[in-house]
Design a protein around this ligand. Structure first.
Ligand SMILES: Cc1cc2nc3c(=O)[nH]c(=O)nc-3n(C[C@H](O)[C@H](O)[C@H](O)COP(=O)(O)OP(=O)(O)OC[C@H]3O[C@@H](n4cnc5c(N)ncnc54)[C@H](O)[C@@H]3O)c2cc1C
Length: 511
């Protein structure tokens, strides 16, 4: 009889390691003999950035048994309802569009975009179809005061302090979910006859065994990259950004509004993120080193801070280099990589932590019962996540290819067809005549929904030719009702929604 798989060893204790531990423990910890260990180096720090998440994080935390309000308080977290893109189309002063988290009003029932394309009545696509844009413009929170944990009026995610988040999850996983914690450095990988990892050697705890090893060692990727030498697929010819300068910025005062969205402002050779946490802002400039030197990148960030903060002289800048890309495989033998050990691309749509959540859930759900099943499970896993990486690359690139900014080489090069993946070029041709729909993909669920694609496409001024969609009176009436509904919701909800800051103050003051 084959041995049942009942021991998982995670190496690395950043957000990836602890999310993976929490997701697997929540699902499997009650099984007899199930062992889940996490080894974390006491010497190598976590990356400590990564402040934007997706609404999926609500379900992930809830499934782990985390109290939403404990999490918000411990991680200085705030509510995020989408992203506001400034200057991405023309760079003019009124160049703004949103990618909100709620789907366009009526999206499930009809091709609302068809009617907006025909007669937008002077409103942008996101304004016409989502109440959330109004919430964000007025710094309103997504839930009413006193609402229960994890319930809300508007779909939302969080902005959080990455360092505090790892520490919070660590305590939760150890204290509440029974994860065994080993603080030590992994120094060597010991191999079984079939090429699997039999154990890892540590400095002070000897050899640690496992049926499955999960590599959460960040950019080091010591198991999948270092030990197995799995190829790294470099994406820098498509997505050029490979440098970040990050800063933590105090609020002007305790009444300064807390943004309800990530602010993403286009720059000469990249963009600046601006995120409002409960206690400070997180601001960073990501740029392409091929198109801009470090000194100019710093100058641009300091200029932005001087225009938006109390003064740049108080701020420390942290520089991070990365190579955009991902591994060719994510699961080899009995080793799976989760987090930055599996790849990383610019944080434009905060796709890193959601990939951690998806990978962790898939591992927990598909955990092979025996070693004999593992090769089947890993083959499917690799196909699925390779597809997701390619969709992320296409979706991020979509933000660049429709720009009219031509004054800088960075933006011009982004529009060069040679830098656009064939899959995206084909899809753009189809979208010239077809409104993005869930049928664009063969998967039941894509990483980026058709609603998200519509927000970017039409936010950037793309025009789908709607002649193939006949004008039907009932459909036109329905669409009009949806546009009216957005306005009704604005009128109904605005008076009862607290600001993001008031909501957070209330939660922090009422444990
Ligand atoms: C500039 C920037 C901005 C980002 N913004 C976002 C964002 O807005 N949203 C988002 O979702 N993501 C974002 N990310 C990505 C996000 O930060 C990471 O995906 C997330 O923090 C997970 O990192 P990690 O756990 O994979 O790696 P790390 O945080 O680097 O953790 C690695 C762990 O491995 C351990 N380790 C390494 N070697 C050994 C060893 N030999 N033995 C034992 N332990 C070892 C280390 O001690 C550490 O605990 C951003 C990243 C960057 C660079």
């Amino acid at each position: 009889m084959e041995k049942i798989i009942d021991s998982v060893t995670i190496v690395g204790g950043g957000a990836a390691g602890w999310i993976t531990a929490g997701v697997i423990a929540a699902k499997h910890r009650l099984k007899r003999n199930f062992k889940l260990r996490l080894i974390e180096s006491p010497d190598m720090p976590t990356i400590g950035v990564g402040e934007g998440t997706w609404p999926t994080m609500r379900l992930t935390l809830k499934a782990m048994g985390v109290s939403e309000y404990d999490f918000l308080r411990a991680c200085d977290a705030s509510f995020k309802q989408g992203t506001k893109f400034v200057g991405w189309v023309t760079g003019a002063s009124d160049d703004v569009y949103y990618h909100p988290f709620t789907a366009p009003q009526g999206f499930q029932q009809a091709k609302i975009a068809r009617h907006w394309l025909e007669d937008g009545r002077g409103r942008s696509f996101c304004e016409a179809t989502s109440v959330q844009v109004h919430f964000c413009e007025h710094n309103l929170g997504p839930k009413k005061l006193g609402m229960p944990e994890y319930s809300c009026v508007a779909n939302h995610a969080y902005h959080l302090d990455a360092g505090k988040f790892s520490q919070f999850l660590k305590r939760h996983c150890i204290d509440k979910l029974g994860v065994e914690y080993i603080s030590d450095n992994v120094t060597k990988v010991n191999v079984a006859q079939n090429g699997d990892i039999a154990s890892v050697s540590t400095e002070h705890h000897g050899e640690i065994e496992g049926d499955i090893f999960i590599d959460c060692t960040g950019f080091r990727s010591i198991l999948l990259g270092g030990h197995y030498g799995v190829d790294f697929i470099d994406c820098s010819e498509v997505l050029f950004i490979d440098r970040a300068l990050a800063a933590q910025v105090p609020y002007e005062n305790e009444n300064t509004p807390i943004l309800s969205q990530t602010l993403s402002t286009a720059q000469e050779a990249g963009w600046i993120w601006d995120i409002g946490l409960a206690n400070r802002r997180g601001v960073g400039h990501v740029y392409s080193s091929r198109h801009q030197g470090d000194a100019r990148a710093e100058e641009i960030l300091l200029q932005y801070l001087s225009e938006t903060a109390s003064g740049p002289d108080k701020v420390e800048l942290r520089s991070i280099k990365f190579r955009p890309g991902h591994r060719a495989q994510f699961w080899r033998n009995n080793c799976v990589a989760v987090g930055m050990s599996s790849g990383f691309l610019e944080p434009l749509e905060a796709s890193a932590l959601v990939m951690v959540e998806l990978l962790a859930k898939d591992i927990a759900e598909q955990l092979p019962a025996t070693r004999g099943l593992m090769d089947i499970v890993s083959k499917r896993f690799n196909q699925k996540f390779l597809h997701y990486w390619n969709r992320i690359i296409d979706f991020l690139k979509l933000h660049y290819v429709l720009t009219q900014r031509s004054q800088n080489a960075f933006w011009r090069d982004n529009c060069d067809p040679a830098t656009i993946p064939e899959s995206l070029r084909e899809q753009l041709k189809i979208w010239q005549y077809n409104i993005p729909s869930s049928l664009d993909s063969h998967l039941r669920e894509e990483i980026f929904s058709a609603a998200s694609v519509q927000y970017i496409l039409y936010g950037m001024g793309f025009k789908t030719d709607i002649r193939r969609y006949p004008k039907v009176e009932a459909a036109t009436e329905f669409a009009q009702e949806q546009f009216n509904e957005v306005q009704k919701n604005i009128d109904r909800f605005t008076p009862m929604m607290p600001t993001n800051r008031d909501l957070l103050n209330h939660i922090r003051a009422n444990p």
